[in-house]
Design a protein around this ligand. Structure first.
Ligand code: ZN
Length: 197
């Protein structure tokens, strides 16, 4: 049984906040030096590749086109904040509110005592134990934030975005391109013994 799909998108060749940009700076932890809030919007942000309706910046920020925003509005997906991007007309920062589902991470390391965030949270995996049926039409997000930081791009930790099976169908029916859906599968075989870790 497919519970839902993790939603991935292409990179749009842009950065919400760039270290090279001296005019705007993201809020950072004074101790570890990493960004503390992925929801922060850079009013000077310009999207470089405008061909995608749903994409990610190099620093892992989800960006929606007007067409995708209108699709979400038409379907009454009310848990999404579309932050207007002043210098990128027709594009919005896509921020989910609430609607979290349980996730685990393959590796969690390097906790910062000041901001309470880990430097490394990688290998997102849905905790299927609490999910018995396919998700209801709509968008969801992981209950933990992911990222491996301190690399080429200064990224904040961000949630993994999940859609319901019905939502995936609707997205594909409209014909939005370049969106990648990774199935979240729950096996129904009750005789299977859980694997001990
Ligand atoms: Zn910190």
């Amino acid at each position: 049984m497919i519970i839902g799909y993790i939603l991935w998108g292409p990179d749009n060749g842009s950065e919400m906040f760039s270290d090279l940009d001296t005019l705007t700076e993201a809020k950072k932890c004074s101790d570890c030096g990493f960004r503390v809030d992925y929801r922060e919007t850079n009013n000077l942000f310009r999207i470089k590749r405008k061909v995608y309706d749903f994409s990610f910046t190099y620093d892992s920020i989800a960006i929606s086109s007007l067409k995708f925003k209108e699709f979400c509005n038409r379907n009454n997906y009310g848990n999404i904040r579309f932050m207007e991007l002043e210098r990128s007309s027709g594009f919005y920062q896509f921020i989910l509110q609430n609607s979290t589902i349980p996730f685990t991470a393959r590796e969690v390391a390097d906790l910062c005592g000041s901001c309470g965030q880990h430097e490394i949270v990688v290998g997102p995996h849905v905790d299927l134990g609490q999910l018995e049926t396919p998700l209801e039409d709509g968008f969801y997000q992981s209950n933990i934030l992911y990222g491996g930081r301190g690399r080429l791009h200064d990224r904040p930790l961000t949630p993994v975005i999940v859609v319901a099976p019905d939502t995936k169908e609707k997205i594909q029916k409209v014909g939005f391109k370049n969106m990648v859906f990774e199935a979240i599968v729950k096996k129904n075989d009750l005789t299977t013994t859980p694997i001990a870790h």
